[in-house]
Design a protein around this ligand. Structure first.
Ligand code: DQQ
Length: 487
């Protein structure tokens, strides 16, 4: 990734200096090579993702002063292909003495009659209030609105648990709407709906929707609300176990009516604070913050923390479930290719010809007996003391990411995460998986999404193995590519 030269803006008060190349990153076996992450230090939520002309803009919560959550700025990067990102100067910096003195928290970018406009949460003395900034030059520099905050207080009649994070849209009459993440005491998380003629004056309407605190927590973070074909989808980040869930339903009289219960988006549990855009081809593309699976001292010692998920494209499956697929643009990363097909398997099959820590794997498996178990082992050391096994069991319909032996380091995560994943009669298991050193993202049958973080200690934990531990099965096809770095 290339860093562009700094633009000059009177509103960028403390643009961090160019990061000098960090020599430790060269030797860091855990730092991803093709996922987006800042040149150094901290990243959390994706913010204000937008396609502007032929560029995708990715802003993100960033602490330029260390690998921990503090002094939150808006980092900024741009891409023409969703794969290769150029770092741009920090877009928003906290301004002392104003509503965002202690941080520029999450928000959204819209096109207001050709003017790029960010609505974000300013933090001062723990008070969270909506602020606005505009760009005069194709999103390169940003000017904060002098009248910030644009909403002076949360609704006076509500005892709210938070008032932050924004999703903004315009209706066909030109009126603007936004939802703000919150929760009511003693109830649960909620998204408050506001309306405005000009993005500056806002009228509170009512909750777009609210949840049950036992299920989705007392505050909803980062609500994202959008139409996908005929249906409406509400993503929220729940403070219960830091999970992202989504509701599907209708939007009638400015109220959201879900037609099903909340569903978990990531069954691995490392992705959070999802935000999406609709691109010029009509695709709904979503990103999220992938958190670390190791402690704060290790993150600080590494000098970086957090990364952006790969772009995922949402759609509806024939069974009306939400379809989740990696953006096809990621094929640009592919290097060396390994392929096999129509191979019956009833035991272990080490893959000697291909190995690595930056791989894409696509495998289609047909179970030839009712009870079956297929597994793929990644990042295995020659003695197998380090290994991560991803498997599927037909009986209980379970996808399993077993990180219990991923690392000899006892200070890092070692969980086993699993998800129910049902195959229709006669349907093959299709796994699509991206490994980027310490991060794994996987979609099963374009339907079940899982993330994991793994931190093998050994440089030779690069091996791969297929296995059938129960019943016979057929590998209908297996494709593995080594992937090129983008950093
Ligand atoms: N991250 C931001 C907040 C948001 C949280 C602060 C979610 O705006 O609620 O960095 O990760």
């Amino acid at each position: 990734m290339r860093r562009l030269s700094e633009g000059s803006s009177p509103d960028i008060t403390t643009v961090p200096p160019d990061y000098p190349p960090n020599p430790n990153f060269q030797a860091d076996q855990h730092r991803p090579l093709y996922h987006f992450l800042p040149e150094a230090n901290w990243l959390n939520d994706p913010n204000g993702v937008i396609q502007w002309q032929d560029e995708y803009h990715l802003f993100y919560q960033h602490n330029p002063n260390g690998a921990f959550h503090n002094t939150i700025h808006w980092g900024h990067a741009v891409s023409r292909d969703l794969v290769h990102w150029e770092h741009l100067p920090v877009a928003l910096t906290p301004t002392p003495g104003t509503a965002d003195a202690d941080g520029c928290w999450s928000g959204y970018t819209v096109n207001n009659q050709g003017v790029p406009t960010i609505i974000y949460t300013g933090i001062r003395n723990r008070v969270q209030l909506p602020c606005l900034a505009t760009s005069p030059d194709n999103l390169r520099t940003w000017h904060k609105y002098e009248g910030n905050p644009i909403i002076a207080t949360p609704p006076q009649n509500l005892d709210v648990t938070g008032f932050r994070d924004h999703c903004v849209w315009q209706d066909k009459n030109g009126l603007w709407y936004q939802i703000i993440g919150t929760g009511f005491k003693p109830g649960g998380g909620a998204a408050l709906l506001y309306r405005s003629p000009d993005l500056l004056q806002w009228e509170y309407l009512h909750p777009l929707y609210s949840g049950d605190f036992e299920k989705t927590g007392i505050v909803w973070e980062c609500p994202d609300f959008f139409q996908l074909d005929e249906k409406f989808v509400l993503f929220i980040s729940s403070t219960v176990d830091r999970q992202v869930v989504y509701y599907v339903g209708d939007y009638v009289n400015q109220k959201f009516q879900p037609s099903q219960n909340a569903r978990r988006f990531d069954h691995g549990g490392y992705s959070y604070a999802h935000q999406s855009l609709r691109d010029s081809t009509g695709r709904r593309i979503v990103w999220s913050w992938i958190r670390e699976g190791r402690g704060i001292p290790a993150q600080k010692a590494a000098g970086w923390s957090g990364l952006m998920s790969l772009p995922l494209v949402l759609s509806w499956q024939p069974n009306q479930n939400l379809g989740i697929a990696f953006a096809p643009e990621l094929q640009a990363l592919r290097g060396e290719h390994y392929h096999l097909n129509n191979l019956e398997l009833s035991s272990d099959l080490p893959l000697e010809e291909i190995k690595g820590d930056c791989l894409e794997i696509e495998v289609e498996v047909e179970f030839l007996e009712e009870a079956g178990e297929f597994g793929i082992t990644l990042r295995a050391s020659p003695d197998d003391r380090e290994q991560t096994r991803i498997s599927y069991q037909t009986g209980p319909h379970q996808l399993i990411m077993d990180c219990s032996q991923s690392s000899l380091d006892t200070e890092v995560n070692n969980e086993i995460r699993q998800a129910e994943h049902r195959l229709a009669p006669g349907e093959s298991l299709k796994l699509h998986l991206f490994l980027d050193r310490s991060v794994i993202e996987m979609c099963a049958n374009n339907q079940t999404y899982m993330t994991a973080r793994v931190y093998p200690t050994r440089a030779d934990s690069l091996g791969l193995r297929l296995s059938a531990r129960q019943g016979r099965l057929k590998i209908k096809s297996l494709d593995i590519w080594t992937l090129h770095p983008t950093t």
